[in-house]
Design a binder for this molecule. Structure first.
Ligand code: 5CA
Length: 437
């Protein structure tokens, strides 16, 4: 992408309405634009990152055996009357009436709809286990939308739903998602803490929240003092292995409860726990037959008997993750994207647009880096070098390649790593080799 034509409305001033750093940086970098309270348009830079996060979430869901589908955002109220949640959900649900005076709603979650799809097509235990997910916009009329995309009213969520014949099999489905979540967050460059949680309006008795540590977070968390140094995924089993020992080990260590350490039930002494604040980026639930019973989602069991299916649901806040990643990874100059989700892999800075040799080398590098499959932000704007460096740091491009006439006289360019600030001078070919290796 040539920055001279890229729609990236960066701001020089710090927006005063934003209270936390991720919100400030997303506005300053021209990633989002608020269109109503808690509702955002995703501008090209923000959209790029959103799609990268979404893709990592998708790949790990697929690797855990979940299958992607896509359900609509608008739902019929009738389904929610069947489960009993239409009245329970309260003012957070955006209720809509269509031209025929039918009650509709903008989905805050999809348990009812997926249960309806399931019961229409699945009739036998032989078709189980089944896990279906989608990545779709949700709407919750939050009383206090704030902190940008962190607590929005419209937000992008990945929600998966598992269906099993019995509780033991449902537990295994839960454990698969638990492991998939740890993997997903690790790939996003985040260290998520799984914490025993209340089930709230979703229901059930087994639930974990996944929390990213951040002082600005809205969740209180008790975390084992060694968690941030531990690499639990190092000895993690494969998806087809027995997951129980891994699950017991991890949850045993972090058996804290939503606001208070459950001293009576936790194997962890209180002295090993530290209390901190964090952002909830995922939440998983095992709720048994809470929806299948009232909605009559039954299958024929091995002896022909009718069995209400055991269910779980598994959410990841895809748009919230963008804020969480920035909270976890920024400095005074701007965002420091982990490579996996960066909007561009490489920033190519032309220090003297119009200088024929500099232009030629940049053009050549731009073509070769792209041919190697990298996303390149080529700063070919007629701007001062200082402004270009500042923008590249603000938008957090992990590798920055600086090309100017002075360096080219001796055949070198400068390569900077955003995260460390370390700069090195290399020949054009060596820089290219390093970036494309
Ligand atoms: N049906 C279940 C699991 S699919 C469910 O809805 N769970 S949830 O309510 O916990 O939401 C799942 C995730 O969505 C949360 O962990 C959080 O990361 C994200 N989320 C929830 N509310 C918001 C919001 N207002 N803004 C941004 N993200 C949100």
């Amino acid at each position: 992408m040539r920055l001279s034509s890229f729609f990236m409305p960066t701001l020089k001033e710090t927006p005063t309405e934003a209270q936390i750093v991720s919100h400030r940086l997303m506005l300053r970098a021209g990633m989002i634009r608020q269109t109503s309270a808690g509702i955002y348009a995703w501008l090209p830079l923000g959209h790029r990152v959103l799609k990268k996060i979404e893709q990592i979430v998708r790949e790990e869901q697929n690797a855990a055996g979940a299958q992607e589908l896509l359900m609509p955002t608008i739902q019929s109220a009738d389904l929610w009357r069947e489960s009993g949640r239409y009245d329970d959900y309260g003012k957070e649900m955006l209720r809509i009436t269509d031209r025929h005076d039918r009650d509709m709603l903008f989905g805050p979650t999809n348990e009812e709809m997926i249960t309806d799809i399931f019961r229409s097509f699945v009739k036998s235990y032989r078709q189980l286990p089944l896990n279906l997910y989608h990545i779709q916009w949700k709407f919750r009329d939050e009383i206090r939308p704030r902190f940008g995309v962190m607590r929005g009213r419209e937000f992008l969520m990945k929600d998966a739903y598992s269906f099993d014949i019995d509780a033991a099999s449902a537990r295994r489905s839960y454990q698969k998602m638990f492991l998939a979540y740890l993997r997903t967050f690790a790939r996003l460059g985040l260290k998520a803490i799984p914490m025993r949680a209340d089930t709230g309006p979703i229901g059930g008795d087994l639930s974990h929240e996944f929390i990213i540590l951040a002082e600005t977070g809205e969740s209180g968390v008790f975390c084992h003092k060694d968690w941030m140094e531990l690499d639990v995924l190092k000895d993690a089993p494969g998806m087809d292995d027995d997951l129980q020992p891994f699950f017991d080990r991890v949850t045993g260590i972090y058996a804290a409860t939503d606001e208070k350490h459950d001293v009576a039930n936790s194997p962890v002494p209180e002295s090993d726990l530290v209390s901190a604040r964090g952002i909830e980026v995922g939440h998983i639930f095992n709720f048994g037959t809470k929806y299948s019973k009232p909605m009559n989602a039954v299958v024929a069991g091995p002896n022909g008997e009718s069995v209400p299916v055991e269910m779980g649901s598994y959410g990841i806040g895809v748009s919230r993750l963008m804020g969480a990643i920035i909270e976890a990874s920024h400095d005074d100059n701007g965002i420091v994207w982990p490579d996996a989700v960066a909007p561009f892999n490489v920033g190519l800075i032309n220090l003297k647009v119009g200088d024929s040799e500099t232009d030629r080398v940049c053009q050549d590098l731009y073509a070769k880096l792209q041919a190697a499959g990298l996303d390149v932000a080529y700063d070919d704007r007629d701007e001062r070098p200082g402004a270009k460096f500042a923008d590249m740091d603000l938008i957090g491009v992990p590798w920055q390649l600086v090309v100017g006439p002075r360096g080219l006289k001796t055949g070198v360019v400068e390569l900077k790593r955003r995260a460390t600030g370390v700069k090195e001078e290399l020949s054009v070919d060596a820089a290219l080799a390093k970036l494309t290796q």
